[in-house]
Design a protein around this ligand. Structure first.
Ligand code: SF4
Length: 411
């Protein structure tokens, strides 16, 4: 396996108080079911606009933020989603709606755009219970993805991202998703792969404070799960078999494992025929630091026009070895077929997320400088573990299960 060395990549400069994103949950209600969801589906759990305003105040009190991911639940089922988007945009933040897409109508799309929407992140994967797509593979779901991307492109000016949970079963299909995204780089700007995680009941004893707890009722607990330890490195290795030019450039480490890759960024440059390579660590460092110098914030989502102007970014080959490789590969290809010079070059971002890792001794390694922090009781908390706070009043701790218990539950 292509082993990545974190010391050779750029450590993204994000922190708890100065980050690219914050994670707003205006509702916990959802209109479909996803196997890997962290959130309990709670019908009618919509926050009022006053509660949303208060959550946004907490973000602004505690941290600089470039974008606000409007998530849930599915935010499109919130009856005042357009007002939520307007409220975020009026604060000078970029509202990005994270949705399964099922509730997206043409009028809602237009209204959210008019209210200041910056983009969408669509969650589409094959372990969702989605009307009309039962049993579809990741490859077949590319047709559904394309439908959403086209609707967003028609409205124009919106960033369009797709995320997909990666399960043991779907890992081999990850390159097909990326290949599809490459072919539609004019409409698809970001692809996110999120490794599946779950709290495994048999392997650990769980505690809230001193008290032993049962985790069966927790949304993300599983009795006999498939693999819950897929790493970002494995996803990279799978993608590189198809795209040897896939070279990650920047990362966030784990809180308990400094050499793990919790958020791993790759910026690919290509046209509708192929990728020419990946931008390197210096490119990411420059874009993050420059944006912070000029705008006081690290850079999150950018408009589609920026993704479509990768040719002008080739000037950064002067400082970034990754871009140098991209430029020379593109020039070689253009020498073989000069028609390539007429085609636009696109920058496509791929983020691989490796959520909580449970170490053998029960420690939980989180994403250091978590971008997806949400609000609970006036404080910033990890959105992937909000359910523990809601159910037990605090985060649970884990200890390896007694040998007896493991033997009892062994098949
Ligand atoms: S710590 Fe949890 S919520 Fe934060 S980025 Fe990682 S997976 Fe997402």
């Amino acid at each position: 396996m292509h082993k990545l060395d974190h010391r050779k990549l750029y450590r993204l400069p994000w922190s708890v108080t100065d980050n690219v994103i914050s994670w707003l949950e205006p509702t916990k209600e959802c209109n479909i079911y996803c196997d890997g969801c962290y959130s309990a589906n709670a019908k009618g759990s919509h926050k009022s606009l006053a509660q949303v305003r208060s959550d946004l105040d907490v973000f602004e009190r505690f941290r600089q933020t470039d974008a606000v991911s409007v998530a849930g639940g599915d935010p499109l089922v919130h009856p005042e989603i357009v007002e939520v988007v307007r409220m975020i945009a009026s604060r000078g933040l970029k509202p990005v709606v994270n949705t399964n897409g099922h509730g997206l109508t043409p009028s809602l799309l237009r209204d959210m755009k008019a209210a200041g929407l910056a983009g969408f992140t669509f969650h589409v994967d094959s372990l969702q219970t989605r009307p009309g797509w039962k049993g579809a593979t990741e490859v077949e779901l590319n047709e559904l993805r394309l439908g959403y991307a086209e609707r967003v492109a028609e409205v124009g000016g919106l960033s369009c991202a797709f995320n997909s949970t990666v399960y043991e079963k779907t890992l081999p299909e990850a390159p097909e998703i990326l290949e599809w995204a490459r072919r539609h780089a004019d409409k698809v700007h970001v692809v996110v792969f999120i490794a599946f995680r779950a709290a495994v009941q048999e392997r650990f004893d769980y505690f809230a404070g001193e008290e032993r707890i049962e985790v069966r009722g927790l949304t993300y607990s599983k009795a006999a799960p498939q693999r819950t330890d897929i790493t970002a490195q494995e996803i990279v290795a799978t993608l590189r078999k198809r795209f040897p030019e896939f070279e990650p450039s920047a990362y966030l480490n784990g809180t308990e494992k400094p050499d793990s890759f919790k958020w791993l960024m790759t910026l690919l440059v290509g046209d509708r025929e192929r990728f020419y390579g990946s931008a390197g660590p210096k490119f990411v460092e420059l874009s993050q630091v420059w944006n912070h110098l000029v705008k006081g914030r690290y850079l999150g989502y950018v408009p589609p026009a920026v993704h479509a102007s990768a040719r002008s970014m080739l000037a950064l080959a002067a400082v970034d070895p990754g871009m140098r490789k991209v430029a020379s590969s593109w020039l070689r290809a253009a020498a073989a077929n000069p028609l390539r010079l007429a085609r636009p070059l696109h920058l496509q971002s791929v983020m691989i997320i490796q959520p909580v890792d449970v170490l053998e001794d029960g420690r939980q390694s989180m994403c250091d400088s978590c971008p997806d922090m949400t609000v609970h009781d006036g404080q910033l908390v990890w959105s992937c573990r909000l359910e523990e706070r809601l159910k037990y009043g605090e985060l649970m701790r884990m200890r390896p299960a007694s040998r007896k218990k493991v033997e009892e539950t062994a098949p």
